[in-house]
Write a protein that binds this ligand. Structure first.
Ligand code: XIL
Length: 319
C-alpha cells in the first residue's frame, strides 16, 4: 500500500518525517518503519542536539548524542531537520545559573550557535535556530537570553547560524502559532519581520502542532495562518505534529483524531509554501505526551502493538 512520505512527495512536498531518539533505535520493529523511506523521508533528533547535551559546560562541546540520528538520516538518505540551537528549556545549567552581562552572554551565545551549526553544516536541511521565544500573549518569554539581551538575541542567534551554515534553512519554531492570535501575530511581527527589516536571514517558521483531539484548529484556520507567514516571504513546516486524546483511546476519540490529523496535513497540502510535515515520533510508547500531560496519550500514528491508528489511514486518504 502507498505510504506517508511516498504520497507526500507525490503531492509536491519535500517530505513526511518523524522525530526519533537514540534510545529508541534498538527496537527492531520500530526501526523497520523508521528506516522505510516510503514512510519517512525526514528525521529530527528529539533531544540529542539540545544545548544541555551539546555544550554541558561553557566552551565544552559534545556532538555524540546528536550525531546518532544525524548519521542515521545520512545513511538512510533521509532529510535531516536539526533541532535546536537556542531554547529556554533543556538548557545547560551554567547558562541559567551564571550572572551575565550583555557582552559575555552575547559571546557565549555566538560561540554556542557557531560551534553547533558549524559541526553539522551541510547535513541539516533546516535548523530550528530559536525555539519557543514567545509567550501565549505575544510578549517575549523572560528567559536568560531575553532578560539580558532583549529582542536582539534573536538577531544574534540567526546571524551566527547564517554565518556558520549557509546551506541550512533557518527556522523560528514554536507552538500555539498554528492559528490566528497574539502569539502568531508576534511571530510574524517580532520575529519574521524584525529579522527581515534587520537584514538577517530567516527562511521558515516551524509550526509545532502539538494538538488536542477535538480542539485542533480547523483546516481553513490553519491554511489562513500558514499564508499569513508565507506572505512575508518565508516557508512554513509542520514540525512536531501529534494529537493527544484523553485516555483510554476508543472508537469515537480515534475517529475525531483522524479528522484532526486530516485537517492539519490537508492544510499543509493546500499551502504552496508549506514544505513538509514532521510528526513528533510515530509510535505511542515513544511519545513525550503521557509523561507531560497527565491522563492524555495515544497521540501518534502507531499503537503500542504496532498496528496503525485510524488517523494513519485518514492521513493516507488526504495525501
Ligand atoms: C521533548 C522531547 O520529545 C522529550 O523527550 C524531552 O524530554 C522534552 O522535549 N517542543 C519541542 C521539543 O520543541 O523539543 C520537545 O521535545 C517537545 C515540545
Amino acid at each position: 500500500a502507498a505510504q506517508l512520505n511516498e504520497l507526500t512527495k507525490k503531492a509536491g512536498k519535500l517530505y513526511f518525517g518523524t522525530a526519533t531518539d537514540n534510545g529508541e533505535l534498538s527496537n527492531t520493529t520500530y526501526r523497520k518503519i523508521l528506516d522505510d523511506t516510503n514512510e519517512f523521508g525526514q528525521l529530527t533528533p528529539a533531544n540529542g542536539m539540545k544545548w544541555e547535551y551539546v555544550e554541558p559546560e561553557l566552551g565544552v562541546f559534545n556532538f555524540s548524542d546528536g550525531s546518532v540520528v544525524a548519521n542515521l538520516a545520512t545513511k538512510n538518505r533521509q532529510i535531516l531537520r536539526c533541532h535546536n540551537l537556542v531554547w529556554h528549556s533543556q538548557l545547560a545549567d551554567w547558562v541559567t545559573a551564571d550572572t551575565w552581562n550583555k557582552e559575555n552572554l552575547t559571546a557565549a551565545l555566538i560561540q554556542h550557535v557557531t560551534r553547533e551549526a558549524s559541526h553539522w553544516a551541510g547535513q541539516c536541511y533546516a535548523w530550528d535556530v530559536v525555539n519557543e521565544a514567545l509567550n501565549d500573549d505575544g510578549t517575549f518569554r523572560n528567559d536568560t537570553f531575553y532578560n539580558v539581551l532583549g529582542q536582539e538575541y534573536i538577531k544574534i542567534a540567526f546571524e551566527a547560524a547564517a554565518a556558520a551554515d549557509p546551506w541550512a534553512k533557518l527556522y523560528y519554531n514554536d507552538y500555539n502559532i498554528e492559528y490566528a492570535g497574539p502569539k502568531s501575530i508576534a511571530a510574524q511581527n517580532n520575529i519574521v519581520k524584525y529579522l527581515k527589516k534587520s537584514g538577517v536571514r530567516i527562511d521558515g517558521v516551524g509550526l509545532q502542532s502539538h494538538f488536542i483531539v477535538g480542539e485542533t484548529p480547523s483546516q481553513d484556520d490553519q491554511v489562513a495562518n500558514m499564508e499569513a507567514f508565507t506572505n512575508l516571504g518565508v516557508d512554513v513546516a509542520i514540525t512536531e505534529l501529534d494529537i493527544r486524546l484523553d485516555l483510554p483511546a476508543n472508537q469515537s476519540n480515534l475517529a475525531q483524531q483522524s479528522l484532526d490529523y486530516q485537517a492539519t496535513v490537508g492544510a499543509c497540502l493546500q499551502v504552496k509554501g508549506c514544505v513538509g510535515i514532521t510528526v513528533w515520533d510515530f509510535y505511542d510508547p515513544f511519545s513525550w505526551v503521557p509523561g507531560v500531560f497527565t491522563g492524555q496519550g495515544a497521540a501518534d500514528l502507531w499503537f503500542g502493538n504496532f498496528t496503525r491508528h485510524p488517523a494513519y489511514y485518514g492521513v493516507i486518504d488526504v495525501l
